[in-house]
Design a binder for this molecule. Structure first.
Ligand SMILES: Nc1ncnc2c1ncn2[C@@H]1O[C@H](COP(=O)(O)OP(=O)(O)O)[C@@H](O)[C@H]1O
Ligand SMILES: Cc1ncc(C[n+]2csc(CCOP(=O)(O)OP(=O)(O)O)c2C)c(N)n1
Ligand SMILES: [Mg+2]
Ligand SMILES: [Mg+2]
Ligand SMILES: [Mg+2]
Length: 315
């Protein structure tokens, strides 16, 4: 017999293989193995969010290792918790796979989840495994607000400063590099495989009273569009704030693409975008990119951008 598949392990063997690799922190009162987990909710409120990742839509097995996919699946969910101003506490992991998937793939995926969760102190407290034609990961993340109000998308006010913390455009550039099949640009490719959201910046901004927060999953223009719509305001971005890195410019030049466009419309970096009162000193790591005005929609230097604002699964 060669290397075992998840079918060889069986459902409970697979669960055991996964849970052996998953983190259990001090906030977990009862972990995987019963009908549900019990997680402490120190301030009486629980933030909850879910995002799915589907093979060939969110990742490709020939482009990313299972460890990368585990990290990215965790990151996409942990970033939504941070975008509420909360600290992630626990993840629940739905895992659907064909029976001939190597068991090692599932185990390395679990190790990737653990690697992304450990630094933020989040535990994996349960999940589900089923057989399916296509690999699919469905994660639910829970978070603790630590006594601050949740930071919603609807709190932006005219006069606010719009700022971003984290990377913009690197994931889109890495995806373009992989799609074109060109060599090099490894830091961009790695940014696509394993985004690095600034998790701690969410709760830190919440403690400073940030008016609105969102993580950039679909593209900055698209995601700030949600903030503008929900807040009943207009957002105007300052093009001079979008200075591409040398590596972003090099990839754009090689591929005949626009580095600025990647920064404005590329998703999956999970940077945080926030709207701060004008008198607040921006915390370290935040870069001012624009202003909130009365009105509606998102503009750049006062003009409505052409083309798509970001990713849409059904467009
Ligand atoms: N199938 C669904 N049922 C209920 N709510 C949903 C569903 N899909 C998305 N939503 C909600 O719609 C909002 C926008 O979803 P989405 O764009 O996926 O958010 P995000 O980009 O932050 O992950 C979220 O509050 C999400 O919970
Ligand atoms: C193979 C492959 N093709 C395309 C993409 C690009 N892509 C897929 S989903 C997505 C947007 C973010 O995913 P979504 O499920 O919309 O997350 P959410 O906004 O709900 O957090 C992007 C840019 C990719 N990651 N992998
Ligand atoms: Mg989502
Ligand atoms: Mg989000
Ligand atoms: Mg999301």
């Amino acid at each position: 017999m060669g290397t075992p598949s998840v079918g060889d392990l069986g459902e409970f063997g697979l669960i055991a293989a996964l849970t052996a690799r998953l983190p259990q922190g001090p906030g977990v009162l009862l972990g995987p193995g019963d009908d549900a987990a019990v997680v402490a909710a120190p301030d009486g409120r629980v933030v909850a969010t879910t995002d799915l990742l589907v093979a060939d839509r969110h990742f490709r097995r020939d482009w990313s290792t299972p460890h990368d996919v585990g990290r990215k699946a965790a990151a996409a969910n942990l970033a939504d918790v941070a975008a509420m101003g909360a600290t992630p506490t626990a993840l629940l992991v739905g895992f659907a796979a064909p029976a001939d998937l190597p068991a090692a793939w599932a185990e390395e995926f679990a190790a990737g989840l653990a690697a992304e969760c450990a630094p933020v102190g989040a535990s994996v407290v349960g999940g589900d495994v089923v057989r399916a034609e296509q690999l699919l990961v469905a994660i639910t993340a829970l978070g603790d607000l630590g006594g601050v109000p949740a930071v919603t998308r609807d709190g932006a006010r005219p006069g606010d400063v719009v700022a971003v913390c984290g990377t913009l455009g690197a994931s889109a550039a890495g995806l373009a590099v992989l799609s074109a099949g060109v060599r090099g640009h490894q830091s961009l490719v790695q940014a696509h495989r394993t985004p690095t959201p600034p998790y701690a910046a969410g709760p830190a901004a919440a403690r400073l009273g940030v008016h609105a927060l969102i993580d950039v999953s679909d593209g900055l223009l698209a995601d700030l569009g949600h903030v503008a719509e929900r807040s009943g305001v207009a957002v105007d971005l300052d093009s001079s704030a979008f200075v591409p890195s040398e590596e972003l410019r090099a990839a754009a030049a090689e591929l005949g693409a626009s580095a600025t466009q990647w920064m404005l419309t590329g998703g999956e970096d999970h940077a945080l975008a926030g709207c701060f009162a004008p008198d607040v000193e921006l915390p370290d790591g935040w870069v001012r990119v624009g202003r909130v005005h009365a009105g509606s929609g998102v503009t750049v230097d006062g003009s409505v951008p052409t083309g798509v604002a970001g990713w849409d699964h059904f467009r």
